[in-house]
Design a binder for this molecule. Structure first.
Ligand code: CP
Ligand code: NVA
Length: 310
């Protein structure tokens, strides 16, 4: 069966390790003469470029389109766009506002027995490609074995946070989410992350609280992301108010001297992160950016390996 990659937990923990291993191998030219469609409903700097260059390094040809170009769900349905792209491409990557669009595309392909995987390039609820890059970055900093490490996410518990938490608990990391009430995960999402930790069985865990100072104490790494994600722009002012105390600042870093700092970017200096922290020697943000391409090479080789190529 076609293996879509819409969230980290679509993979077994063993398969997640396989993706990480493939990411670190020299890319095989398994896409020679073949295409990958990359559809974007929202802006992107890192995801578009890392995906396109991963496809090139695997010998293939990326075709990037904006949703406006195909007028998704107006000119024709997302299902028909997916079934059309599947006639020319081995994989379809898509960045969408509504995660359900990805589910509809995947279902349409499965129903038609078109063996073309959908890869989530960010939706409102998940950003799994980023999470693979983040694990690679932390492994580069701390070594392959991340068991027993702590990572404290500070800010809005969002799409990036969910995929990150899933990937980290699978690696045996203690994930701490520091977010104000109203910006924390609901019980269903927490249970999903906890269940994946149990499946991994290597001691990973997740906690969340509005007490950012306590969660910061002695952490090995801080992670943050924008307070206002794409699609939430109308709430920006309210979010700036509500999240004002949830910033990775020099003061917060004093609670965990030596901790590394991650941010998926784009960054809003002076909001979720202080400029001096982002630019500091503790910041791994440019290694994260680097590993977006490495991660995509692993992800594409995994999903293509499951299909067996065409
Ligand atoms: N981190 C990330 O996904 O960046 P882009 O939105 O620029 O792709
Ligand atoms: N949470 C952010 C991540 C951007 C890469 C957003 O969805 O806009």
């Amino acid at each position: 069966m076609t293996r879509h990659f819409l969230e980290i937990s679509d993979l077994s923990v063993d398969e997640l390790h396989k993706v990480l291993n493939l990411a670190l191998q020299a890319p095989q030219r398994i896409l020679a003469g073949k295409g990958v469609a990359l559809l974007f409903e929202k802006p992107s700097a890192r995801t578009r470029h890392s995906s396109e260059m991963a496809v090139v390094q695997l010998g293939g040809h990326p075709v990037t389109v904006s949703a406006a170009e195909v007028d998704l769900d107006r000119r024709e349905t997302a299902e028909d766009v997916a079934r059309t792209f599947a006639q020319y491409h081995e994989v379809i990557g898509a960045r969408v506002f509504d995660h359900k669009v990805l589910l509809r595309m995947a279902a349409a392909l499965d129903e038609a027995n078109f063996e073309v995987p959908i890869v989530n390039l960010l939706s409102d609820v998940a950003h799994p490609c980023q999470a693979v890059a983040d694990v690679l970055t932390l492994q580069e900093a701390f070594g392959a074995d991340l068991t027993g490490k702590t990572v404290t996410y500070v800010g809005d518990a969002n799409n990036v946070t969910k995929s990150l938490a899933l990937a980290l608990v699978a690696m045996g990391v203690e994930v701490r989410i520091a977010a104000p009430v109203g910006y924390q995960f609901d019980a269903t999402v927490l249970a999903e992350i906890a269940a994946y930790a149990v499946e991994a069985g290597v001691g990973g865990s997740v906690v969340q609280s509005n007490d950012v100072s306590t969660l910061a104490d002695g952490t090995d790494a801080f992670y943050t992301d924008v307070w206002t994600s794409m699609g939430q722009e109308a709430e920006a002012e309210q979010r700036r108010h509500d999240l004002a105390d949830y910033s990775v600042s020099e003061a917060l870093l004093e609670r965990a001297p030596g901790a590394v700092v991650l941010h998926c970017l784009p960054a809003h200096r002076g909001e979720e992160i202080e400029a001096s922290v982002l630019e500091s020697a503790q910041s791994l943000v440019w290694r994260q950016v680097f590993h977006r391409r490495t991660a995509m090479i692993g992800i594409l080789q995994f999903v293509l390996g499951e299909v067996g190529g065409k």
